[in-house]
Write a new protein. Structure first.
Length: 99
């Protein structure tokens, strides 16, 4: 799987808007992405304002196609309105561990 890990700081009071945006993404953008998708959002231990995002899709080509979608870009811009400063991104390729 290929995707990204992001770190960001949530604006005070931004949690409800972020949750609504994440639900919207699941309903509108996720159905357009082929194959498996793993999306997790959490926060650093003891720091609820320090968000951590993980988004993985089936391969790098799918990830690049998703990133190029105009609706993904528009959604991302609305999401960043709930954040302080820039998101720190790290693209990753992860393989499932053997059972």
């Amino acid at each position: 799987m290929f995707g990204t890990i992001g770190h960001a700081r949530l604006k005070s009071g931004g949690q409800p808007q972020l949750e609504a945006l994440m639900q919207e993404w699941q309903e509108t953008i996720r159905p357009q992405i082929p194959g498996e998708v793993l999306q997790l959002v959490g926060h650093a231990d003891g720091k609820p304002e320090e968000l951590v995002f993980l988004a993985l899709v089936q391969d790098e080509a799918t990830y690049r196609q998703m990133a190029a979608m105009p609706e993904q870009d528009a959604w991302y811009r609305r999401m960043t309105e709930q954040l302080e400063g820039d998101v720190r991104w790290e693209d990753v390729e992860l393989e499932p561990s053997p059972s």
